[in-house]
Ligand binder design. Structure first.
Ligand SMILES: Cc1cc2nc3c(=O)[nH]c(=O)nc-3n(C[C@H](O)[C@H](O)[C@H](O)COP(=O)(O)OP(=O)(O)OC[C@H]3O[C@@H](n4cnc5c(N)ncnc54)[C@H](O)[C@@H]3O)c2cc1C
Length: 496
């Protein structure tokens, strides 16, 4: 059973770890509950459309970016097409188009902030944030293990530091909001623009988002974002192919339902189909709650404590639309709409709308496009409605209300959208629970508030690691890929 590694879950974190280990000669088996891979970054087929379930835009393919590092190690090419502009943010009184090209973005930022009393401060702040972001991305590219969990991690962390890392120091312990305020960025549009982007990239707004992480997160367009041909699920499929080429196994429709432990190690997993897989090491592409549930009484005390005390992750309310491809925006496929400055973001007041790449074969019937729309929502409310006596009706009413409000928002970006809709399917955290098996349908990992509270891959079992958006640096295909690079290294070190 030399170097036998079991991976539970074929999300981007699990598949990336599996592909790296298979390439390095490990005997890898991936067990996936669903019928295809990708999880929150999967693409599903419905009535002639291929809809992205959650993620629609992918970053981290730039040279030395996490997906690029994986491609170099595996010798693969990703099926991507650059998205330029990355997206357009529609605020109640103005629009910002996030160009990746730095010169166009500079011109756009000046145009979009024209007339604001703090325009000069905004321009200076974004310039400074980009410098901090460059240092943070370069640091991340050298793959420091954060948070460090052993001496080797400390050595790697120290080795990743460079003189330019120093520029991040003043911001390491402050929030993006504090930094923006100190810089004189105070106007509502500027703060809402910042908040809206942080919510989708750091899972929290400026008042709580860590400044260094926030600077790197809002700079994603400049680093380059992409459509994936055939849908975002193409990332997972490329990884599945790489694993199988390297001799690894990826088994679908195999939901792990029980884990066996011995001496503080996971030694085998059993699935709902009665398959039992023994392992030397285990990588769980799960949330901490889901791993704890599978371990039952064998869950280490630290994991049990964590799952009892951690607040829930955000949920997502989604709409999947099949629309006529006439009169849709020609120059930009991704739109973020903020409805009202006076309301908190999320819960339909901020909506992300993504159109499938025009002409991408298989995404939609001829003359049609597939759209995925999402808004952050508190997952608990949907479960409360679902579980309350007679709650079915209230649940359905809330789905309708959210659908209507989302469409209202989206009309700002795509005028006349309602008339073009030929197919509409909503999704709630209950849906996400069904298809990704994630605890209460929570998605997106943990809000990134502090470097000190970042979660590493350890779970208190000597041969088991967590991977995916619950570990640093968290959500996004790029983020979970960074975590997977770290976990694959740790498994390899352990096997030596
Ligand atoms: C609405 C929405 C929009 C998003 N937008 C973007 C975006 O535009 N860009 C971006 O980069 N990111 C985006 N994200 C975030 C991104 O999709 C996720 O952070 C990332 O895909 C999570 O990957 P993961 O490795 O944690 O795996 P997950 O996606 O959580 O997948 C885990 C896999 O494990 C499987 N599994 C679970 N339990 C078991 C079990 N017991 N046995 C076997 N298999 C099991 C599941 O079926 C699933 O396939 C978005 C997310 C959502 C929800």
């Amino acid at each position: 059973m030399a170097n036998t590694t079991l991976i539970i879950g074929a999300g981007i974190g699990g598949l990336t770890t599996a592909a790296l280990l298979a390439k390095a000669g490990h005997d890898v088996t991936v067990l996936e509950a669903h019928v295809y891979g990708g999880g929150c970054a999967g693409t599903f087929y419905h009535q002639g459309y291929r809809f992205d379930a959650g993620a629609t835009l992918a970053g981290g393919f730039n040279p030395a970016g996490p997906h690029d590092q994986v491609a170099q190690r595996l010798g693969i090419a990703w099926p991507i097409v650059a998205a330029e502009p990355a997206w357009r943010t529609h605020l109640p009184d103005r629009v910002f188009t996030r160009f990746g090209d730095p010169t166009r973005w500079q011109v756009e930022l000046s145009r979009a902030t024209a007339g604001l009393p703090d325009q000069a401060a905004i321009l200076r702040f974004f310039e400074r944030a980009e410098t901090v972001s460059d240092a943070a991305w370069a640091f991340a590219g050298r793959r420091p293990a954060w948070p460090p969990s052993c001496v080797a991690d400390m050595v790697r962390l120290a080795g990743a530091l460079r003189p330019d890392t120093l520029i991040t120091l003043p911001h390491v312990f402050e929030s993006m909001g504090t930094w923006a305020s100190k810089s004189g960025v105070m106007s509502r549009p500027a703060r809402a623009f910042l908040d809206a982007q942080l919510l989708i990239s750091a899972q929290t707004t400026a008042v709580n988002a860590n400044a260094v992480f926030g600077a790197a997160a809002i700079d994603l367009p400049r680093k380059g974002v992409n459509h994936v041909r055939g849908g975002i699920g193409g990332i997972a499929q490329t990884l599945v192919d790489a694993i199988r080429r390297a001799g690894g196994k990826v088994l679908f429709r195999q939901q792990v339902t029980a884990l066996e432990t011995k001496g503080g190690r996971i030694v085998a997993a059993t699935t709902n189909k009665g398959l039992r897989v023994e392992c030397e090491r285990c990588v769980a592409n799960l949330t901490p709650w889901d791993l704890a549930r599978l371990l039952g009484e064998a869950a280490p005390a630290q994991l049990a404590r964590e799952t009892a005390s951690r607040p829930e992750q955000w949920g997502a309310f989604t709409l999947y639309l099949g629309v006529e491809d006439s009169g849709l925006p020609e120059d930009c496929d991704h739109h973020q709409v903020v409805g009202d400055y006076d309301l908190p973001l999320g819960e339909t007041n901020s909506v992300f709308v993504s159109l499938s790449l025009r002409g991408d074969p298989g995404r939609a019937p001829p003359g049609m496009r597939a759209i995925t729309m999402s808004t952050h929502t508190k997952a608990g409310q949907w479960w409360a409605l679902r579980q309350a006596p007679g709650g079915k009706q209230a649940y359905a009413e809330r789905v309708s209300a959210y659908t209507e409000r989302m469409l209202d928002r989206a009309e700002r970006a795509i005028p006349g959208l309602r008339q073009k809709i030929r197919l509409l399917k909503p999704g709630t955290p209950v849906t996400f629970r069904t298809f990704t098996r994630r605890h209460r349908g929570g998605v997106g990992g943990f809000p990134f508030t502090s470097l000190l509270t970042a979660r590493g891959p350890g779970v208190g079992l000597t041969n088991t690691w967590l991977v995916g958006d619950s570990i640093f640096p968290g959500q996004s295909t790029a983020g979970v890929t960074m975590g997977a690079l770290r976990v694959a290294d740790a498994v390899e070190r352990d096997s030596r």
